[in-house]
Ligand binder design. Sequence first.
Ligand SMILES: *[C@@H]1O[C@H](CO)[C@@H](O)[C@H](O)[C@H]1NC(C)=O
Ligand SMILES: *[C@@H]1O[C@H](CO)[C@@H](O)[C@H](O)[C@H]1NC(C)=O
Ligand SMILES: *[C@@H]1O[C@H](CO)[C@@H](O)[C@H](O)[C@H]1NC(C)=O
Ligand SMILES: *[C@@H]1O[C@H](CO)[C@@H](O)[C@H](O)[C@H]1NC(C)=O
Ligand SMILES: *[C@@H]1O[C@H](CO)[C@@H](O)[C@H](O)[C@H]1NC(C)=O
Ligand SMILES: *[C@@H]1O[C@H](CO)[C@@H](O)[C@H](O)[C@H]1NC(C)=O
Ligand SMILES: *[C@@H]1O[C@H](CO)[C@@H](O)[C@H](O)[C@H]1NC(C)=O
Ligand SMILES: *[C@@H]1O[C@H](CO)[C@@H](O)[C@H](O)[C@H]1NC(C)=O
Ligand SMILES: *[C@@H]1O[C@H](CO)[C@@H](O)[C@H](O)[C@H]1NC(C)=O
Ligand SMILES: *[C@@H]1O[C@H](CO)[C@@H](O)[C@H](O)[C@H]1NC(C)=O
Ligand SMILES: *[C@@H]1O[C@H](CO)[C@@H](O)[C@H](O)[C@H]1NC(C)=O
Ligand SMILES: *[C@@H]1O[C@H](CO)[C@@H](O)[C@H](O)[C@H]1NC(C)=O
Length: 554
Amino acid sequence: MFRRSLLALVAAASLVTASPLEARQQATSTSSATPTSTLASTSTSASSNGSFPTDIGYPGKVKQGLQSPFLVQADKINSTAPNLPQAPAPYESRWSAVDDKNGSFHIFKNLGNTSPYFSSPLFPETQANRILADTCNISQVHILHRHGARFPTSSTTEGAPFFGAYIANVTANGTAINGTGPLTFLNDWQYELGAEILTRIGTQQLFDSGVQHNLLYGKLYNASTQAHKPVVRTTSQSRMLDSARYFTLGFFGWNASEAINLEVILEGDGFNNTLASYDTCNNSNIATVGDTLLRPVWDPIYLKDAIQRLQQYTSLNLTTELVYGMQSLCAYETMAFGYSNFCGLFTKEEWLGFEYDLDLQFQGDYGFMNPTGKAQGIGWAQELLGRLTNNTQISPITTQNSSLLVDPYFPIDQPLYMDFTHDDIIVSVLTALNFTQFADFLDPNNRTEPRNFILSQITPFAARLVFEVIECSNGTANANATQYIRAKIGEAVIPWSADQGCGGQGVVNSTLCPLPDFIRYQQETAVKAASFDQACFGPTPNVTLDTIPRNGTI
Ligand SMILES: *[C@@H]1O[C@H](CO)[C@@H](O)[C@H](O)[C@H]1NC(C)=O
Ligand SMILES: *[C@@H]1O[C@H](CO)[C@@H](O)[C@H](O)[C@H]1NC(C)=O
Ligand SMILES: *[C@@H]1O[C@H](CO)[C@@H](O)[C@H](O)[C@H]1NC(C)=O
Ligand SMILES: *[C@@H]1O[C@H](CO)[C@@H](O)[C@H](O)[C@H]1NC(C)=O
Ligand SMILES: *[C@@H]1O[C@H](CO)[C@@H](O)[C@H](O)[C@H]1NC(C)=O
Ligand SMILES: *[C@@H]1O[C@H](CO)[C@@H](O)[C@H](O)[C@H]1NC(C)=O
Ligand SMILES: *[C@@H]1O[C@H](CO)[C@@H](O)[C@H](O)[C@H]1NC(C)=O
Ligand SMILES: *[C@@H]1O[C@H](CO)[C@@H](O)[C@H](O)[C@H]1NC(C)=O
Ligand SMILES: *[C@@H]1O[C@H](CO)[C@@H](O)[C@H](O)[C@H]1NC(C)=O
Ligand SMILES: *[C@@H]1O[C@H](CO)[C@@H](O)[C@H](O)[C@H]1NC(C)=O
Ligand SMILES: *[C@@H]1O[C@H](CO)[C@@H](O)[C@H](O)[C@H]1NC(C)=O
Ligand SMILES: *[C@@H]1O[C@H](CO)[C@@H](O)[C@H](O)[C@H]1NC(C)=O
């Protein structure tokens, strides 16, 4: 799990210095006055020229990598070998699982939320129906977008940073590593990743996505006919702000900052923010089913063989936590430096096990298997309904900041909405809207197959959850068009069901739900089911392996 907020306030004051580049960043990060709340309530808001302020502090931890990439020298995979990199990626992605003879398994599509973006292969059954009839027009789109590839957290309690801290200790106290065979590289390896911020690859993912979304939806943006500049929302955290900037650069061009109003909502403990809702849902920080209950069961199971196999190549005593950290390093080093020797160490089953570990974390901490899963996502779900119904009077307030639900911060007339957020929020929003298509109950003893809850295919880096409003005429002149809604995760169309209010007669091709059906059902059920006050502030739910929720609520 990745609790991104706990240290945010501290971090704003004490940034770790490592390089001249970072020192510059530090200067910028601390230059702004401490805001009392989000941008809306700061009088520094430069509404005179119609722009919102973007330098509001609270960037979270900001730490650059300790080295610059040097792929030309680091990459030891023979470039004249026949199996060329998949996809036009700038990083080394030709590693295969150690037991993958025919190269059919893609490690980088099985790294959970640390996978680089790829189009989701989920719901192949809807693909045949994705072409809209000529009588249909897309009139509005709502994009909830994850940030791009980032460094790991700075906390060394688990994963890649844990392995780094362990090796640093071992090196400092003179313990021999004695790496041989595939672990020879460990003898002079050190942890050189930064923390929390976007990597260069992360910036590319967002720029590319901005370009892609311009191609998909560019016509919905027309500067000359719109009443105001599009408001694009993100949070103050460094990687979130940068993600919005690179995306809008791709979408609107180099002068994006003039074309739009970038609304930067303060992210930090105690500040309401639907794009970072765990900051104000107390129990979400405690009832972490995935981390505290599920992973401790699963990790020793799936890593048993790897520990045994790798142990012969080092005199360090390998543990579940260390070997898990090595898998995680494959993802993070590749996203930061373009190359990682850790990618060559594991079998296909072990990569699938790693992917499943992340599924357990997220389903257990933010999804249908968490008692606050719906509560964590309800804030943005309510905002979606508000935007769909032209209503800024969101009630009850859950994780919204009510001072941002006013003009000009919460416009309801945009054809194009773009919000930037975190992986866990996307999972919680799907839970709040009762997308039971993702409600697989995951067994911590055994990889549940088949399942839709595959985090790699839901929230890789730069993931996107998109809702399109579509108007279709039925072919009769003067007949009113019917409004539909269509949902996509990572470009895959999600087939509707009655659990979202879309099981009625009017549903077309299982992909188009009559908008009024969706709105009516969600208004009647979603807030009630999230049980926000109780879930977030009631007695901390005492969940055990035998009482894990299946419906995202207590
Ligand atoms: C690289 O691949 C080429 C062509 O397969 C081969 O001739 C060469 O020996 C390889 N080099 C190394 C260092 O493996
Ligand atoms: C539903 O799917 C069929 C088959 O792909 C297609 O011909 C039709 O246009 C679709 N209907 C709408 C409203 O998109
Ligand atoms: C590294 O050493 C410090 C100080 O002895 C200790 O607190 C920490 O737990 C060690 N970390 C690891 C990963 O071994
Ligand atoms: C060296 O550090 C490692 C990792 O923290 C620890 O497990 C080991 O006990 C330490 N050895 C000595 C001799 O201090
Ligand atoms: C590790 O390497 C050192 C020399 O660097 C050697 O003295 C020691 O015997 C080796 N230990 C093991 C367990 O191989
Ligand atoms: C590994 O464990 C053995 C047995 O507990 C111990 O003697 C040895 O010092 C450990 N090695 C390291 C590098 O921690
Ligand atoms: C909301 O307002 C837009 C124009 O701003 C209009 O096209 C749309 O029909 C309205 N929707 C509802 C549900 O009132
Ligand atoms: C923040 O959320 C809490 C809990 O829902 C709510 O009581 C409070 O009014 C909200 N604060 C603002 C400024 O909207
Ligand atoms: C795990 O599930 C598979 C497939 O359902 C089954 O064959 C296997 O026996 C199960 N293993 C355990 C340990 O339950
Ligand atoms: C079309 O919608 C308008 C406004 O909602 C309504 O007055 C009219 O009766 C509708 N026409 C048809 C044919 O349904
Ligand atoms: C289209 O809608 C009009 C008005 O609601 C209705 O009279 C007509 O029967 C519909 N046509 C078809 C083909 O469904
Ligand atoms: C969500 O779907 C489940 C499964 O069909 C259903 O039992 C439940 O009532 C639904 N909840 C909401 C809030 O829609």
